[in-house]
Each structure stands twice: as C-alpha cells, then as structure tokens.
Design a protein around this ligand. Structure first.
Ligand code: NCW
Length: 446
C-alpha cells in the first residue's frame, strides 16, 4: 500500500459507553458508578455528567457512517454493563442496542471491536463492595457470558477490560475516578479482582472464530537521573503501572517486589490459585499509549503535575521531562510508543498487539468557516502512526491502530473541558465536524 502499511492492517477509532452514549435512563439501563460519581459535587472539573454526553445512543448510525466515510475499517466501542445486567438480571433491550450497533458497523463495512468494561460498574455492585470484593469478578464473568452469547455472531473481537490500572488506582486509590474511594494499598485487591474478572470472563467466552484480549495502559517509566534513589523510584512506578498487570497476564505471576513494597505479599499469596486463569493465553493485547512518565525520589528535581497517589509510590514524584505537552499535561513522545511495544514484545514475542487507543487533547476552535484546524493533534497522530509504520515494516506483530477518540466526549473527571476527538462535537447542538486531524487520517488510510 502506498502508506507503507499492509492492506490487512486494522485502522479504527475508539469510544467508551459512558463517555459518548448519554441516554442514561433509556431501555432499562441502571445506574453506574459514574452516574453516582459525576452527580457528586466537586468530582468533575466542569460540574458536568454523562447524562447526555454526545448522544451516541441515538446517533450511533450517523456516527458509524461518518467513521466509514473516513475510510476506517474498525470501530472499538464499549458495552455498558448497566444496560445489560443493571441489577443482576438480563435486560434484553440493552443487548438489542448493541446488536443494532454491531450490525450497523457490519453494514458499513466496519469490524466491531467490543470492550466489556470501560469503567461503568453497575452501582448495585459497588454498593456490595465493588472491585474490592471477589464476588464482583464472578458477576463480571456472568455479564460477559450473557453478552458474548447474545452477540458473538456479530462481534468477533472482544476485550474484557479497558485500563484496569485506572479502575483500581484512580477509582480505589487516589479517588479521582468513580467510585472515588481512597483505600490505600487495598487498591491492589481491586487490581487482583479486575484481573480475576478478566480471567473468568475469558474462560467463559473464548470460542472458535473469536479473538480475545484486554486493553492496558502501560507506559515507559524513566528515572529523572541515574541516582540509585531515582532509579528505585522508576522501578516502583514501573512495577505498579506495568509489571503488576503485564506479568500476571503474560507470565502467570505477580512481581514480588511490588507486593513487598506495598505490604501485600501475604494477601496475594492467598490468591495464588487464581493465577493460571489470569495468565491464560490471549489472542492479542491492546495497548493504550499516550505518554511516557519520568519519576524521581522526592529530593530530586521536582516539578510535578499530577503526582499519582498510588500506594507504594509515596516516595516517588513525577518530574517534568521538558517535552512538549498536550492540554492534559501529558508529554508528547512518539518514541515512547515504540519503547513500550518493544518491551511487551520481549515478554511475549508471538503475541499480536494492537494500539487500541492513542490520541491527544488540545483546545479546539471552530473557525468562522466551520473548520477545526487542529494541527497539534494532527502532528501527534502523524508521529505516532509513523512509529507504527516503522514497527510493521520491521515485521513486528502490530495488527492495528485505533485513534482515541472518534468523537469529543465526556473526559471523566475533566468533563467536557478536554477534547480528544478526531471529530469535533458542538455540545449544544450535537453537530459533528471532522477535524483536520480526522481528514489527515482519512487521506493517510485511504
Ligand atoms: S484518563 C485516561 N484515558 C482517557 C480516557 O478518555 C479514556 O477513556 C481512557 O481509556 C484517554 O484514554 C484513557 N487514561 C488515564 C491515564 C492516566 C495516566 C495518569 C498517569 C499518572 C501518573
């Protein structure tokens, strides 16, 4: 192909249910932890909620047609658990919605990639303990099995979880995300129950003709200096961000140093029987990549944006590496995408990888003639796609790239104040405008 990618390479864009759907009371949907959290004063930067979001629930057919017009071949969306099993029993209209969505993808020549959990836990399950309790993993298996049974004729590509790091550490550690709990090292119990949920679900749904994986958000972690203290800081954060997920999934064991640092070795030892399920083979791994992270011990050269509140990282601070930043404050470094993919490939040389999310937030402006000239996002996209091209050319098992996001949307704790879309959304009118970055991608893949 003229763009240097093989013709079978998957080009897509991604969204997540609570961020785009709205229609929170439609067709029997129950409340999720994000409904509760967003309606709690002080949690969301602009005081907004996902009640309406970008109304994708009602506009999905137009949105999918637009995606197809962009020349992309795949749509990664997430299924809202509270639409399918709001209280533990199956809500057929919820399944019907995702069947319509998947069928619309297929009718437009788009391959659907479904994520079963992109953070919207049914509130009743949180009330029963959320991801801190083992039962939630078993309920996730039940929901996954029902959903897969109902949709596996139209959806062949499945991801169990999206970024369990965020669910555990932002949801139960720092409290920046729903359910907003600050439980210290108990957040590691959430990590285990999420991974167990993944393993139980995979075991329940894996079948001939399907392809099954999980999407993580690993990142290269750099020490600010070569000092032993800074290098130890990098080891800790690499442990919590990367190895705590990659090692049980790909090698069937937890990293001992992370469990020791956090004082959780005994608790994890008691869960050892779960490891074969968690480490069962994957058909692919999804990598969501945005930026690298540089860390130091606290007496290093500190200038910290959002020092993460992760347990075990008390002696670690984030350091500004002086790279250009997006509006999220996230450093732009496309070579970090290569670094993280290569390091995962070393752990699992045969495993097919996808970039399941990659993108950037910048403040967009609609010009007088109705255009969005998002040159910075276009540059970000171009640089990261170039890294993918190099890897594919070298024979690396990278199978696809999904831009985050198809649409501007509800950016979690940032509300509508951060835009990641390759398509602009006017939130007052729900009008969509393909941004210059979206046009660039269209030209590139076309
Ligand atoms: S917040 C986040 N995101 C964004 C979100 O819109 C999407 O749903 C997620 O899958 C864009 O992609 C993901 N990820 C959280 C990354 C947090 C990294 C913070 C590091 C602090 C040390």
């Amino acid at each position: 192909m003229t763009n240097g990618f093989p013709s079978g390479f998957t080009w897509g864009a991604a969204t997540a249910s609570y961020q785009v759907e709205g229609a929170i009371n439609a067709d029997g949907r129950g409340p999720s932890i994000w409904d509760t959290f967003a309606n709690t004063p002080g949690t969301i930067a602009d005081g907004s909620t996902g009640d309406v979001a970008v109304d994708h629930y009602h506009r999905f057919a137009d949105d999918i047609r637009m995606l197809a017009d962009l020349g992309l071949t795949a749509y990664r969306f997430s299924i809202a658990w509270p639409r399918i099993m709001p209280t533990g029993t199956v809500n057929q209209p919820g399944l019907d919605f995702y069947r319509r969505l998947a069928e619309t993808c297929l009718a437009n020549g788009m391959t659907p990639y479904a994520t079963l959990y992109h953070w919207d836990l049914p509130q009743p399950l949180e009330d029963a303990g959320g991801w801190l309790v083992r039962d939630t993993a078993e309920r996730f298996r039940d929901y996954a099995a029902v959903t897969h049974d109902a949709l596996s004729d139209v959806v062949k590509h499945w991801m169990t979880l999206n970024e369990p790091w965020c669910s555990a550490f932002l949801g139960y550690g720092s409290g920046e995300h729903a359910p907003g709990r600050t439980e210290g090292t108990d957040a590691l119990k959430a990590v285990h129950h999420l991974l167990l949920g993944h393993g139980l679900a995979l075991d329940a749904i894996r079948s001939e003709g399907g392809s099954y994986g999980i999407a993580l958000n690993p990142a290269p972690i750099h020490a600010a200096t070569d000092s032993p203290a800074d290098r130890d800081a990098a080891r800790r954060i690499d442990g919590l961000r990367n190895r705590l997920f990659l090692e049980p999934l790909l090698s069937g064991q937890y990293p001992a140093d992370v469990l020791e640092d956090t004082g959780m070795s005994d608790w994890f030892a008691a869960q050892e029987a779960d490891l074969p399920l968690i480490g069962a083979p994957l058909d692919f791994l999804g990598v969501n990549y945005y930026c690298p992270t540089t860390v130091a011990a606290p007496d290093g050269p500190i200038s910290t944006p959002r020092a993460s509140d992760q347990p075990g990282s008390e002696n670690v601070v984030a350091v500004d590496p002086g790279l250009p930043k997006t509006q999220m404050g996230w450093s732009v470094q496309a070579s970090g995408l290569r670094d993280i993919l290569v390091s995962i490939n070393k752990l699992a040389p045969e495993l097919p990888l996808y970039v399941t999310e990659n993108g950037s937030a910048y403040p967009d402006v609609v010009t007088a003639d109705g255009q969005v000239e998002d040159d910075e996002r276009l540059d970000y996209l171009r640089q990261h796609v170039a890294v993918c091209k190099d890897l594919v050319t070298e024979g690396f098992p990278l199978k696809g790239y999904f831009a985050w996001s198809l649409l501007d949307n509800f950016e979690w704790a940032w509300g509508y104040s951060r835009r990641f879309g390759i398509v602009y959304v006017d939130y007052a009118t729900q009008q969509r405008i393909v941004k210059k970055s979206g046009r660039w991608l269209q030209d590139f893949v076309g």
